[in-house]
Design a protein around this ligand. Structure first.
Ligand code: CAA
Ligand code: NAI
Length: 698
């Protein structure tokens, strides 16, 4: 008997149960276990039908991703699936939790599928830069038709059990996976149902065979946002093969596509991102077993851009929110923005029609800080001024209940200093959300000097609960993300003084895969904010200042580094800006030169990586992969490039250190000299990843 798969018999029904925590992934041991148990059940004359199910929190969640890239061990998944499909006795998958990837492929190999109401079924391989590699692209179109199969395989999102029932992916919804599976198996036997092998059933392919536009339209819709990614297109090709080729040839095509992707750079980066995200939720230096505090109600202070978005994120997760403002008018405006936002999403079909009312019902808008009294977590999102933040936290000390976690959403300010304005610094930390806060997934959790371990675990746990990706960072100006971004901003600006244009710089950055370049981003955020702050501090930035003096504040004035047509957010290069830059350079006596795209790319990326190295040295981030998570989920770093530190390892740290030294001299900028950590790793021929491995070993 296998350690991770067991075989039992209930009368004439064999129950094969996979029990391999945490998610019953298809490791070699699980594959072997299923294979053995099914073989024995088939051989046992007392067995008339076989139910495959899982113990623990979920049905099989897919192939064991940790085995990818290692020598394959028998039996292969295809062999296990084929055994279930060719079984002379009915095979039934009884699903709970999530049947994902290889897990759903195993279920598709069974003759029948039943699931509990809460179950989800999907083929998310594209999210790992892969395509389903064990028949999923051939069997799913036969189960649900190519249109939905494209949606599920190319998009990667799972569907609910009720949708699966409607589409014929499962035959029944059951109360209990084991009892329901047994009852269904008995029904199959009593009714002498024909054993349905999906491989032999082309009935749902007919429409798309006759009219290929059914398939091509679905592919077009699902690949619209797949810029730069290889997997969605390869996955679509594999589904196309299900329509065009006989089953076994389709399988062959799928296998080729899968192996090509698995050995490629993109999937390697995407698998790294998957594990990095999960690693980031593990807090370094917190005693094992530290339990998060209970959070039943949240108070958010400030109903502006960020406060509103944060409130929506909690309401979306069903957590009640008290939203606090200084006056009725500000409150009304904030509540109105959220309402409109929800209604627009509902109108697009993004949420059910009754969701706006339900979610707004969870947000209670009030005036006055004394209203924080019932909250277990308070998040402050008022103006970015230290004096105001301190005032708010002093008041929180008075009104918040004992043990409430007190968080600031500040972008740059020192959390240690904010904590000092309370008598309970152990409860204070940063929860730095990103704009728009109801959409962006990142939450930098800022650990201050005195933050208690359980306050920290509370922030991480609640961030995950509201579907954010938390990453713990230390206190410094701009924390991890904005601190690195500032280095890129500095170089972007310098490039304009050397002869590059905003559109050239932005084009290089977007070609790399970022959603936006630094100048388009500046226009979106508003150029006047920086201009005012420079004025206050007596600092000059001639080109940016000249733009603002000409009334070009960015998108909000229809002009900034670009021009914008009324009602449009699309940046258009503006000859007036080129003229303004030329005039500024002439006035300053600066000579233009031709700046190559290669130089732009290096100067956009390498200074950020250098800052990342400093951040690691200072232990502001515990792991290089935490920095990558921050860039993936807070700044739209292309997932197929893994994150800046992962990218640096691919490029080679020696090359990066050499180029930084070169630019430091060439542009007379000592801040570009490679950081000591980068220098050391480069000299030793090591990678940032080697640090993560060393930390784990410590
Ligand atoms: N292989 C190996 N480990 C896995 C895994 C997998 N497929 N899926 C999850 N894990 C691990 C996680 O790394 C995590 O480990 P740690 O606790 O050590 O960090 C643990 O299982 C729990 O995972 P989560 O924290 O993500 O738990 P969750 O409850 O929030 O989510 C889940 C569960 C929905 C299954 C989620 O883990 C998930 O989406 N997993 C990936 C599913 C997937 O992509 N499957 C397809 C794999 S590729 C494939 O199957 C190819 C093929 O066709 C053969
Ligand atoms: P905002 O100006 O849109 O909103 C601030 C709100 O706080 C206003 O509605 C104001 O009336 C309210 N407010 C001020 N003092 C208050 C008090 N004492 N009590 C209750 N409400 C009060 O500002 P925004 O953009 O939402 O920023 C808020 C915080 O979030 C700042 O610290 C900012 O640095 C940070 N942040 C902003 C991001 C952005 O992109 N806008 C991104 C990440 C963080």
């Amino acid at each position: 008997m296998s350690e991770v798969v067991k075989l039992e018999r209930h009368d004439e029904i064999a129950i094969v149960t996979v029990d391999s925590p945490p998610v019953n992934a298809l490791s070699a041991a699980v594959r072997r276990g299923i294979h053995e148990c099914v073989k024995n059940a088939i051989a046992d004359p007392a067995v008339k039908a076989i139910v495959l199910t899982c113990a623990g929190r979920t049905f099989i969640a897919g192939a064991d991703i940790t085995e990818f890239g290692k020598p394959p061990q028998p039996p292969g998944l295809a062999e296990v699936i084929s055994e279930l499909e060719n079984s002379p006795k009915p095979t039934i998958a009884a699903i709970h939790g999530t049947a994902l990837g290889g897990g759903l492929e195993v279920a598709l190999g069974c003759h029948f599928r039943v699931a509990v109401k809460e179950a989800k079924l999907g083929l998310p391989e594209v999210k790992l830069g892969l395509l389903p590699g064990a028949g999923g692209t051939q069997r799913l179109p036969r189960a649900v038709g190519p249109e939905l199969a494209v949606k599920m395989i190319v998009g990667g999102d799972p569907i609910s059990a009720s949708e699966a029932l409607k589409q014929g992916l499962i035959e029944e919804i059951v109360e209990d996976r084991v009892q329901g599976g047994i009852a269904f198996a008995k029904k199959v036997l009593a009714e002498k149902r024909l054993l349905r092998k999906l491989r032999d059933d082309d009935s749902k392919l007919k429409a798309a065979k006759a009219d290929r536009s059914i398939f091509t339209n679905a592919v077009q819709a699902m690949t619209k946002k797949a810029r730069g990614l290889e997997a969605p297109f390869a996955a679509a090709d594999a589904v196309g093969a299900a329509i065009d080729l006989p089953f076994d040839e389709g399988l062959k095509k799928e296998r080729e596509g899968f192996l090509k992707l698995m050995n490629g750079d993109q999937s390697k980066a995407q698998r790294y991102a998957f594990f990095s995200e999960r690693e980031a939720a593990k807090i370094a230096g917190v005693p094992e077993g530290t339990k998060p505090r209970n959070v039943a109600r949240v108070a958010i202070i400030g109903a502006g851009t960020m406060g509103g978005g944060i409130a929506m994120s909690f309401a979306n997760a069903g957590i009640p929110v008290t939203l606090i403002e200084t006056g009725e008018e500000q409150l009304k405006r904030g509540m109105g923005v959220m309402q409109k936002n929800y209604e627009a999403t509902a109108a697009r079909g993004g949420i059910p029609a009754d969701a706006p009312a339900k979610r707004m019902g969870l947000i209670t808008g009030v005036v006055g800080l004394e209203n924080v009294k019932d909250a277990d977590l308070v998040i402050e999102a008022v103006f970015e001024t230290m004096a105001i933040k301190k005032e708010v936290f002093t008041a929180l000390d008075k009104y918040a209940k004992p043990g409430a976690v007190l968080a600031s959403n500040t972008s740059y300010l020192n959390i240690d200093e904010i904590a000092k304005s309370t008598g309970r610094p152990q409860d204070v930390l940063g929860m730095h959300f990103f704009s728009p806060a109801n959409v962006m997934k990142l939450c930098e959790i800022v650990r201050a000097d005195k933050t208690a371990p359980d306050a920290l675990t509370t922030a991480v746990a609640i961030a995950r609960k509201i579907a954010k990706v938390p990453a713990v960072v230390g206190v410094c100006d701009g924390f991890v993300g904005n601190r690195m971004l500032a280095q890129r901003g500095k170089q972007a600006e310098k490039l304009l003084f050397e002869g590059a244009l905003p559109q050239q710089v932005d084009a290089v950055v977007t070609k790399f895969g970022m959603p936006m370049g630094p100048f388009a981003m500046g226009d979106l955020a508003g150029l006047d904010i920086g201009w005012r702050s420079r004025k206050d501090r007596g600092i000059k930035s001639e080109i940016a200042d000249a733009l603002c003096e000409a009334g070009r504040f960015g998108q909000k004035t229809g002009k900034g580094y670009y021009k914008y047509e009324a009602g449009s957010r699309a940046p258009m290069p503006d000859p007036e800006v080129e003229k303004l830059i030329d005039e500024t350079l002439q006035r300053l006596g600066r000579k233009k030169r031709v700046v190559s795209d290669d130089e732009i790319l290096e100067r956009m990326m390498y200074p950020m990586i250098n800052e990342g190295a400093r951040i690691l040295e200072e232990k502001i981030a515990a792991r290089p992969s935490d920095i990558d998570v921050i860039w993936l989920y807070g700044y739209g770093w292309p997932i197929y490039r893994g994150g800046p530190m992962f990218y640096a390892d691919q490029v080679g740290l020696k090359h990066i250190a050499d180029r930084l030294s070169f630019y430091a001299k060439e542009t007379n900028d000592p801040s570009l000299e490679p950081a000591p950590l980068l220098k050391r790793l480069a000299a030793e021929g090591k990678t940032f990843a080697s640090l993560a491995a060393a930390n784990k070993a410590a």
